[in-house]
Structure formats: C-alpha cells, structure tokens
Design a protein around this ligand. Structure first.
Ligand SMILES: [Zn+2]
Length: 252
C-alpha cells in the first residue's frame, strides 16, 4: 500500500528490514526511488502505480547496495539513475548484488538489478536536489525535495538500524560526520524524512534521528562502543566480513 507522506510523495514499506520504496511525482511523471524488495511486492507496487495512473519516467538508486538497485519490468524500460560514483560501483558489484538478492528475497527479477546510469549533466528528470556524500556506500545520495519539504535519506537516519559504516574504505567516521553535517543543513528545509529502512519521521522526530546518528558517531570518535538500541550490522541480512564499527574506527 502506498502512503502519501507529502504532496506527490508516496512510500511503500516492505517487511524486509522495513525497506521503503519511494514514489515522487514530477512534471513529466513518476520517479521511483529504491523500489523493493520481494518480486511480489514489486508487482504490488506496479499495481499501486497503475491506480495512480501516472507513468513512471525514471528510477533513482540512492546507493549501490543490492536492496537499492532493484527494478521490475512493469515499471517500464526507463532510465534508472544514480550518482556517477554510485553507477560505477553498481556495475562493478552487479553479480554480487544479484547473488545477494537471490539469497535474501524471492521473486526479484535478477536480470534487472543494478542497471543504473549517471544522472545527466543537464538535470534530466531528476528527483530533486542530490546530496552526495561518502558515508555508508560509495556515491551515496540523499534527495532533498525542498518544494515538498521532504528529505529522502537513503541508508542514514533510520530508527531501526544503527549507522552502517563502509568497512572497505578509510575514515568512515570522518565521512559520516561530514555527511551528517550536510543532512543537518538539508533537514532545515523539511517536515518529512524518509529513511531507506524504518519509519518515516515528521517534525521534531527528524531532529531526534539526526541526534541519534550524531551521538553514535561521536562515541566512535571518542573510541567508545556506542550505546544504541537499534539493530547492528551482524544481523544476517548484511553479508561480507563482519567487523564492528568500533573495531573499524580504531584501526583506521
Ligand atoms: Zn539498505
């Protein structure tokens, strides 16, 4: 079911790690951001879009992790965008993303995973202002819809997941600090925050989300294990060699 969280902005949440698919109405049609997860849910999302009766004109992937690189033929053969760095990383990681999607969920059209291209220089049907940063994943973008008062945060500012650092790259604590500073600034213009996973936040809850991620990263910066009730990265829906955020912060 699509929930309209602001004028022309809808969210559909999957049971899989509370993943949010986001639909944004622009002048020419709809832009689909991070649609997911199961094949049956992608189908239901296509039904919801049929009911809206507005064509999908583009897709956008906030970052090159498999759960944000999905698509379904019923959404149409339209361009799917990411930041330039995100698109490059997605094509390099395509096979791995397909394997993880096949392992983690059912009915996902594997052949459509990760087919994203860099946003055109002229803007094209862009979904708002892109806030690119280096936290969590290469080429990660938040999307700021100033006219609707909405910030789409990708895998940051979740109420269910702790900050997830990209353990393959150096100084993720610093990258996270810089990203949060930019999201602080962006959040001044919004009333609604849509994270990649978890509940949509409104009003004062947005500042609380920012504060929670800041507190987590501040603890890492001090060399302390953060106290945080949200889920951590050793749950089995994230794969790859596990190293805690604190171990990672200490070794770089
Ligand atoms: Zn994710």
């Amino acid at each position: 079911m699509l929930t309209e969280v602001a004028d022309g902005v809808w969210v559909r949440q999957s049971a899989w790690v509370w993943t949010n698919s986001i639909v944004v109405r622009e002048e020419d049609g709809l832009i689909l951001i991070d649609p997911g997860i199961d094949g049956s849910e992608l189908n239901q999302l296509a039904d919801d879009l049929d009911r809206l009766g507005i064509p999908v004109v583009a897709g956008f992937s906030t970052h090159p992790h498999w759960d944000h690189l999905l698509w379904h033929s019923r959404f149409g053969d339209v361009p799917r965008y990411a930041t330039a760095a995100g698109a490059r990383a997605a094509s390099e990681a395509r096979e791995r993303a397909q394997a993880m999607a096949a392992e983690s969920a059912s009915g996902i059209p594997l052949e459509l995973i990760a087919l994203v291209t860099p946003l055109p220089a002229d803007g094209g049907p862009t979904p708002g202002e892109i806030i690119e940063h280096q936290a969590h994943a290469i080429g990660h973008a938040a999307v700021l819809l100033t006219d609707r008062g909405v910030l789409i945060a990708g895998d940051m500012l979740s109420d269910v997941l702790i900050p997830l650092l990209d353990h393959r790259r150096p100084d993720q604590v610093g990258a996270y600090e810089m990203a949060l500073d930019r999201l602080d600034e962006a959040a001044r213009h919004v009333d609604v925050l849509v994270p990649g996973h978890g509940a949509v936040a409104e009003g004062r809850e947005i500042a609380a989300r920012l504060a929670a991620d800041h507190a987590y990263i501040d603890a890492l910066r001090r060399g302390e294990e953060p106290i945080d009730a949200r889920l951590g990265p050793d749950t089995d829906w994230l794969s790859g060699p596990h190293q805690s955020n604190l171990e990672q912060a200490r070794t770089r």
